[in-house]
Design a protein around this ligand. Structure first.
Ligand SMILES: [Zn+2]
Ligand SMILES: [Zn+2]
Length: 280
């Protein structure tokens, strides 16, 4: 039993075989995934909701929950009309989180001051919507700049909400993981934990308590070894579990079960049904 806590399957790369990708996941023991609602920008941030609706009540596919949010790459597209649309979408019964949101100083697709303002505004909206946040944080090369800004903004603007969040696709150091845990966050590991150069990620995975950990694919990106370079898909989340299991000296099934429990507990979902409400 495994859950992929973060994937983007709405894109064209899955248009030809999305049903097959999801059926393969279910056959492989992936019982649910969180459909991230960034789309190609705020106009299409309901993409996760659409997928969750489309596959709802079909036992041959994983259960799907959704998020809504403006990715830091598209922060320059945010405006009041977009925010009010997203406030509406956030009330949808399948939406369990606001994200991914945060800071990306590696690509700098939006100016950093704009990224910060849009991140801050979305923390306000998430607080009003009573939803936890999913954080994307990527510093520029050989720097910790985005971590310092991001964790600082969370400490100042978010932790008092008590709603918590997830550091998704964790790529920081042990120190960043500790700071995230201290802020009450869950830490989610992705396929890049299997990459030879990612010793810092494996070091972090050793100190994160198992009840604070999630696993994800971030499909279509970052396919784990032995699928590196291919299009990623939720079934591959088992490779992430396998790597964490090897580090921790437990079985991949144990990591799958623990992270599945964590997912349901964190989002306050009922695992027997597709219902549940993190706002409750
Ligand atoms: Zn991300
Ligand atoms: Zn993502």
């Amino acid at each position: 039993m495994f859950i992929d806590s973060h994937a983007h399957l709405e894109g064209k790369r899955y248009d030809d075989d999305r049903d097959a990708v999801l059926a393969r996941a279910k056959e492989g023991g992936i019982e649910a995934y969180l459909a991230i609602g960034n789309g190609e920008g705020p106009d299409t941030a309901d993409c996760g909701i659409r997928l969750a609706e489309k596959y709802s009540g079909k036992p041959e596919y994983p259960k799907i929950w959704a998020s809504v949010g403006i990715h830091p790459h598209e922060a320059h597209l945010a405006n009041d009309a977009a925010y009010s649309r997203m406030e509406q979408w956030a009330r949808h019964r399948k939406v369990v989180a606001w994200g991914e949101i945060g800071l990306d100083y590696f690509y700098d697709h939006s100016p950093r001051d704009v990224q910060k303002a849009v991140f801050l505004k979305q923390m306000e909206l998430a607080r009003a919507a009573r939803l936890p946040i999913i954080i994307h944080c990527r510093p520029s090369d050989n720097s910790e700049n985005a971590w310092d800004d991001c964790l600082g903004m969370i400490a100042e603007q978010w932790t008092s909400s008590g709603l918590g969040g997830i550091l998704h696709c964790f790529t920081g150091t042990v120190e960043h993981a500790r700071r995230g845990l201290d802020l009450g966050f869950m830490i989610s590991f992705a396929g890049n934990i299997t990459f030879p150069k990612a010793q810092n990620i494996r070091d972090a995975a050793l100190i994160v308590p198992l009840d604070r950990m999630l696993i994800e694919t971030d499909s279509p990106y970052l396919a784990p070894i032995p699928h590196r370079g291919q299009r990623n898909e939720p079934a591959f989340v088992k490779e992430v579990a396998r790597q964490v299991a090897e580090l921790r000296g437990v079985s991949a099934e144990e990591i799958g079960e623990q992270t599945t429990r964590n997912f349901y507990r964190f989002f306050k979902l009922d695992e027997r049904t597709e219902s549940g409400d993190p706002r409750a």
